[in-house]
Design a protein around this ligand. Structure first.
Ligand SMILES: C[S@@+](CC[C@H](N)C(=O)[O-])C[C@H]1O[C@@H](n2cnc3c(N)ncnc32)[C@H](O)[C@@H]1O
Length: 265
């Protein structure tokens, strides 16, 4: 049974990295008036409250998005800032959008979204805020293989697993290669944690082996609590949209300025 709940981690430093890149990709992809498809394998509940007992228990959002806003890490015209402001105007000042609601900010009426979320409670919460999308309560990789190539063919897929199943590290490069064979024009973004044991390294090497043009963006930060294994965040993007390398470099330099120490690595 799945136990991961993103409410404990929403708005943390990893979300900041992942969501800044996601918003930049969606902002770029929605410049052209042509419709697109937006797919997510692991959607979560879509909307979080940073004053919830879960968020307050870990304090991860306080060290993430709350600190970032207080210190102006995101300029007012940054796509993530725009999505966040829009979600807060609608849902209140302590709301934080998960990836589905970040996507909703950019998607137009002719765009098609498919969101998979397996956990019954998370899926039920997602259904309350994701009326714009086609929802799938099934394994996200199965959903992606069934839907790809999507219509419209332009578009992107976010793969954001909780990595509770250790076999995911081995299986993900194969899933991505199969998806690319079916959908060679799709932008495919994979988020992964950087843990003290570096278990992401073989996965990213395998991915790079099959997709030499993939953009890899990684940032490091101190663990949320002492003994916590996550010390960074990574995003690999096959078929990266034009300009994503610039946003990746900007956010990487922002993290390395704020967290210059390497003692935790
Ligand atoms: C890291 S969270 C997603 C966060 C979300 N993408 C965001 O950025 O706001 C991972 C989610 O995947 C769900 N999940 C776990 N295994 C799954 C599977 N095999 N298929 C679909 N969803 C799954 C979990 O219930 C959890 O809500």
């Amino acid at each position: 049974m799945l136990s991961y709940q993103h409410a404990y981690h929403a708005g943390n430093l990893a979300d900041l990295h992942k969501h800044a890149l996601l918003a930049a990709m969606l902002s770029y992809l929605t410049v052209k008036p042509k419709p697109l498809s937006y797919l997510e394998t692991h959607a979560g509940r879509g909307l979080y409250d940073l004053t919830s007992p879960e968020a307050e228990k870990t304090g991860e959002a306080a060290a993430g998005i709350t600190r970032a806003l207080a210190e102006d890490w995101l300029p007012a015209d940054h796509p993530l800032r725009q999505a966040l402001d829009a979600v807060r105007a609608r849902h209140g000042a302590t709301a934080y959008p998960g990836s589905p609601l970040i996507a909703r900010h950019f998607l137009r009426p002719d765009d098609i979204a498919h969101l998979a979320e397996l956990h019954p409670t998370e899926h039920e919460a997602l259904a309350e805020v994701a009326g714009f999308a086609r929802l799938h309560q099934q394994d996200g990789f199965q959903m992606a293989q069934a839907v790809c190539p999507p219509m419209p063919r332009r578009g992107m897929l976010l793969i954001d697993p909780s990595y509770e199943v250790k076999a995911d590290y081995d299986a993900i490069p194969r899933h991505i290669s199969r998806l690319v064979r079916k959908w060679n024009v799709g932008v495919i973004a994979l988020w992964y944690p950087i843990l003290t044991d570096q278990r992401h390294v073989p996965m990213i090497e395998a991915l790079r082996g099959g997709h030499a043009d993939a953009l890899i963006s990684e940032v490091n930060f101190p663990p949320a609590r002492s003994g916590h294994g996550m010390i960074g965040s990574g995003m690999a993007v096959v078929n990266p949209p034009y300009g994503l390398d610039e946003e990746a470099a900007r956010i990487e330099s922002l993290f390395s300025q704020r967290f210059p120490g390497k003692a935790w690595r």
